[in-house]
Design a protein around this ligand. Structure first.
Ligand code: SAM
Ligand code: SF4
Ligand code: SF4
Length: 362
């Protein structure tokens, strides 16, 4: 690892023109110490996964003897629904189910059915392996959209990335099934690890052009302690855009909403759009409206938070919704996180203090 850790570019989207900045929330709204609202709730429904992506759950760490959470440690669907309801009341507009692999959680469609009664968008991020089988049930339960992770279009590369010999074709079948039942527009996420799968950028772009799906490239992040992250393996989004632009000219497009994490680009010839998520080289903490509920009910105000707030204890203590609401609002009000914005070689968290993505929910 070299010394040139992080952030190469310290630009943040706080400098966006007026109207594209989230910072100014109306008086009386729930905001954190940096005047950010709470808009996106990510709920991890399991810490287990059937893939061993090298950047997330490497086999050496997540082996047969890995101690996953037991069933009774997990939040029940009733408990998750209760927390979600309170968050919606506090301003959340979007709920994303994640993990681990969320489609491994038994009867996930029952949870979706409960959450779909709330006046918010319900989405789910999946590795796609069970999607062909479950797409219809997910749609019937009320899921609005899916995001599918796919780190290569070449079988050999993809198998190296997922490390369980899983073939690309099966994920493509899942994407097709999701599209067929109307879980669209589908976003396809590729984490780019320089030297491992960056040769897949153009083949993926060629494959998904004109498909109606939105391909997005995510910078490899220093989340968790098991992936052995180093800056040399991060390919800046600017390079991703340049590589695609050289073959298919691109034009920048406005965000869909203030604070959108992905930077959007469209193919100049009308072949659709792509996105890049520059979590490392262009931190977006200034407009970060996300909060995460872990599988066992710990609430994290940042992907890099070193500790969570134990909502499960509160839920099981028997207090009413009002007490829970006050507690959650107080947690958000006290939030001051901006890890990616201020991360330097000196302030980067030591690996031992980081929480795994598969636990906290990506
Ligand atoms: N298993 C599901 C999946 O892979 O889509 C959902 C959970 S996964 C933790 C959510 C997202 O986080 C995936 O798109 C994954 O590629 C991404 N991810 C995991 N580790 C990452 C890392 N170190 N840097 C950037 N993205 C990461
Ligand atoms: Fe599993 Fe998703 Fe992590 Fe890959 S990125 S190991 S599919 S949780
Ligand atoms: Fe949000 Fe924390 Fe990520 Fe910054 S580092 S964008 S505050 S989750």
């Amino acid at each position: 690892m070299t010394d040139r850790i992080i952030p190469i570019i310290r630009a943040t989207r706080a400098t966006l023109p007026p109207g594209r900045d989230l910072a100014a929330a109306p008086e009386g709204e729930l905001v954190d110490l940096r005047r950010r609202r709470v808009r996106d709730l990510r709920i991890s429904v399991t810490d287990r996964c059937n893939f061993r992506c090298v950047y997330c759950m490497p086999k050496e760490v997540f082996g047969d003897d890995y101690a996953y959470l037991s069933r009774k440690q997990l939040l029940s669907f009733e408990e998750i629904e209760r927390v979600a309801r309170i968050f919606v009341d506090l301003g959340v507009e979007k709920i994303r189910l994640t993990g681990g692999e969320p489609l491994l959680r038994k009867h996930i469609e029952n949870l979706i059915e409960r959450l779909a009664k709330l006046p918010v968008e319900i989405t789910l991020t999946t590795n796609g392996s069970l999607l062909a089988k479950k797409a219809q049930a997910l749609k019937d339960a009320g899921l609005h959209r899916v995001t599918v992770s796919l780190d290569g279009i070449d079988d050999a590369v993809f198998k190296r990335m997922n490390d369980v010999d899983y073939a690309v074709g099966d994920v493509l079948d899942g994407i097709a099934a999701a599209a067929a039942v109307g879980l669209a527009p589908i976003k396809v996420n590729c984490v780019v690890k320089r030297g491992s799968n960056d040769d897949q950028i153009l083949p993926l772009a060629r494959h998904f052009r004109n498909s109606g799906h939105i391909l997005r490239f995510i910078e490899y992040m220093d989340v968790g302690s098991s992936n052995g992250w180093c800056m040399d393996e991060v390919l800046p989004s600017a390079d991703v855009v340049a590589r695609i632009d050289a073959e298919f000219p691109l034009a920048a497009i406005d965000p869909n909403y203030p604070g959108e994490v992905a930077e959007r680009w469209r193919y100049a010839d009308g072949g659709g759009e792509i996105g890049v998520i520059s979590s490392v080289t262009q931190a977006f903490c200034a407009t970060c409206t996300r909060i995460r509920l872990s599988t066992e009910g710990q609430l994290y105000t940042c992907l890099f938070a070193q500790s969570g707030h134990d909502l499960r204890a509160l839920l099981r203590k028997g207090g009413g919704d009002e007490a829970l609401r006050r507690e959650i609002a107080a947690i958000w009000r006290g939030r001051d996180d901006r890890y990616s914005e201020i991360r330097t070689a000196a302030t980067a968290l030591p690996a031992a203090k980081k929480i795994e993505m598969s636990y906290i929910g990506g």
